[in-house]
Write a protein that binds this ligand. Structure first.
Ligand code: ATR
Length: 273
C-alpha cells in the first residue's frame, strides 16, 4: 500500500482517515491513510520525515495550512491565491507541490450535492480569515451577482476584496461589517470561527429571507450554532460543512491518485455514524 496522512495539531478528531479509507475501499486504490500530530514547532520536520520514508501525499489541517503553503516549492494556481494549502505531494522531479481543495470542495457540495445555484446569486460570506480566503476563488468562479464579505474586523474583509478584485469579473465584490447588510441574500456562508467561542456574528435578521440558503463551513453531529440561529430567524434551508469536508478530500484523492471517488455514499456513512 502507498502511504498518505493528515497532519495537524490536534489531530485525533480528524475524520480524514475514515473518509480516505472509505475512498480506498470504494475505488480499490492501494491507499493507506493515517493521522499524524506534528509538534507545533516542527511541522517542517514532520513533513520532510514523512516524504523521506516514502510517503506519497499529505492533507494539512489547523494550524499548519499557511506553513504548508510556504514550505512548498511549487503551488497550484488555486493554492497560490488561497495563501494556504490543505494538500501536499511530490511531483515527478521530487518538488513539494501545495494544492488547496477546500474551495472546490465547498462549491461542489453547495452546487452539485445540494443543487444551489451560485451564478447570479447574491452571496454573503461571513469571516475574512484563512478559511474564507481559501474558498473565495472557487466561489467567484461561479460568477455570483454579488459577493459581500462581512467580518468583525472590516479591514481584513477589505484586504480580501483588494486581493480578489482581479478574479471578480462581473461580480460586485464588497466588504462590510456584520451589522451593515440589510436586504435578504440568496446564499449566506459562515466561514467565521465565532461559534468555537460560543459567539454568533451580529447580523440583522433581515438578511435571512424565506428562500435564503444558509451554509455553515463548520459541521457537527447536531445542528451547528450558526445554523440554529438561522433557523430561529426564518431560514428553511441550512447545510453544514460535512459535505465540503468529504468533497475536499475527494479532490485531494484525485490529485494524488488520478481517480475520483464517489462522495455521496461516504457523506451518508459519516452522517449516520
Ligand atoms: P480560520 O482559519 O478559521 O479562517 P482565522 O484566520 O483565525 O481562522 O479567522 C477566523 C475568522 O473568524 C475571522 O474572520 C475572525 O474575525 P476577525 O478577523 O475579526 O478576527 C472570525 N471570528 C473569530 N472569532 C469570532 C467571534 N467571536 N466573533 C466574530 N467573528 C469571529
Amino acid at each position: 500500500n502507498e502511504l498518505y496522512a493528515v497532519v495537524g495539531h490536534p489531530i485525533s478528531h480528524s475524520k480524514s482517515p475514515r473518509i480516505h479509507s472509505l475512498f480506498a475501499s470504494e475505488t480499490g486504490e492501494p491507499v493507506e491513510y493515517t493521522a499524524i500530530q506534528a509538534p507545533l514547532d516542527d511541522f517542517t520536520g514532520t513533513v520532510e520525515h514523512f516524504f523521506e520514508r516514502g510517503g506519497k501525499g499529505l492533507n494539512v489541517t489547523v494550524p499548519f495550512k499557511e506553513q504548508a503553503w510556504h514550505l512548498a516549492g511549487h503551488r497550484t494556481v488555486r493554492a497560490q491565491k488561497a495563501g494556504a494549502a490543505n494538500t501536499l505531494y511530490l511531483d515527478q522531479e521530487g518538488v513539494l507541490v501545495a494544492d488547496n481543495t477546500d474551495g472546490v470542495g465547498l462549491v461542489r457540495d453547495l452546487c452539485r450535492n445540494h443543487g444551489v445555484r451560485l451564478a447570479d446569486a447574491r452571496v454573503l460570506v461571513l469571516g475574512a480569515g484563512g478559511a474564507v480566503r481559501g474558498v473565495l476563488g472557487p466561489l467567484l468562479a461561479e460568477q455570483p451577482a454579488s459577493l459581500t464579505i462581512a467580518n468583525r474586523t472590516v479591514i481584513k474583509a477589505e484586504a480580501l476584496v483588494d486581493l480578489f478584485a482581479e478574479d471578480a469579473g462581473t461580480t460586485r465584490l464588497e466588504a462590510c461589517g456584520f451589522e451593515q447588510p440589510e436586504a435578504a441574500f440568496d446564499v449566506i456562508i459562515n466561514g467565521t470561527s465565532a461559534s468555537l467561542q460560543g459567539d454568533l456574528p451580529p447580523l440583522r435578521d433581515s438578511v435571512i429571507g424565506p428562500d435564503t440558503v444558509v451554509y455553515d463551513m463548520m459541521y457537527s453531529l447536531t445542528t451547528t450554532t450558526f445554523n440554529q440561529w438561522a433557523l430561529d430567524h426564518g431560514a428553511t434551508t441550512v447545510f453544514d460543512g460535512l459535505g465540503m469536508l468529504v468533497e475536499q478530500a475527494a479532490e485531494s484523492f484525485q490529485a494524488w491518485r488520478g481517480v475520483r471517488p464517489q462522495t455521496a455514499p461516504v457523506i451518508h456513512e459519516l452522517r449516520t455514524d
